[in-house]
Write a protein that binds this ligand. Structure first.
Ligand code: IMP
Length: 195
């Protein structure tokens, strides 16, 4: 089955493809089907934004479209940056600037628990919608560690593994990450849907 991916984040795309290709799903890029859409993420939940993106790409391409909306929710910051993870601190910041700002904003002496959340939505041209959610608990490190991954990976610490996401291989991260878990749940729903 062919699906158009509603994202331009190359690293995220790579992670999604590594997992989705094992399901026999052929994921193609917007450019492959001649569209180029940037959907404004006006929702206040991961579910809303994920649906907005998948629906817009499905409508523009006429093909099934899959979107992921994800972010980091920090307990001591009342769930921030949350759905605003990609825009935390404003437009001028890059990934490094954003995680440095997060470290600076962490309240001293409070718990550093956090979770990554991913919501995958697939919109089919007949109007059907499949949604799956994955969460990965961890803590916010005191300083960045590791070179892999993207985004907040260097500061997202997994106490059981004593490593940040950025210190894991792609396979290790996919096995436990919010996106990996959401994709696993999505696979089950898709298999059921296609029966
Ligand atoms: P989205 O493209 O709207 O889903 O933005 C998600 C943002 O959350 C990304 O730009 C990253 O800042 C952050 N994020 C989501 N997943 C991850 C991850 O696996 N590692 C690090 N940062 C992530």
């Amino acid at each position: 089955m062919k699906m158009v991916l509603a994202s331009k984040n190359q690293k995220k795309m790579k992670e999604m493809n590594e997992i989705l290709s094992t399901m026999g799903v052929e994921v193609c890029l917007q450019a492959d089907v001649g569209i180029d859409i940037d959907v404004e993420e006006t929702g206040t939940t991961f579910e809303e934004n994920s649906l907005l993106k998948a629906k817009a790409v499905m409508e523009a391409s006429g093909l099934s479209a899959i979107a992921d909306d994800s972010g980091l929710c920090v307990d001591a910051l009342n769930g921030a940056p949350g759905v605003y993870s990609a825009r935390y601190g404003g437009e001028g910041l890059d990934d490094t600037g954003r995680y440095k700002l997060l470290l600076a904003n962490m309240p001293k002496g409070e718990a550093r628990t956090a979770k990554f959340v991913s919501v995958i939505t697939c919109c089919f041209p007949n109007g059907d919608v499949l949604t799956a959610r994955g969460e990965c608990p961890g803590t916010i490190a005191f300083a960045p560690m590791g070179e892999g991954g993207f985004g907040y990976d260097p500061v997202f610490f997994l106490p059981k593994l004593k490593k940040t996401f950025a210190q894991l291989t792609a396979e290790e991260k996919n096995a436990i990450s919010h996106r990996g878990l959401a994709l696993e749940a999505f696979q089950e729903k898709l298999e059921e849907y296609l029966k």
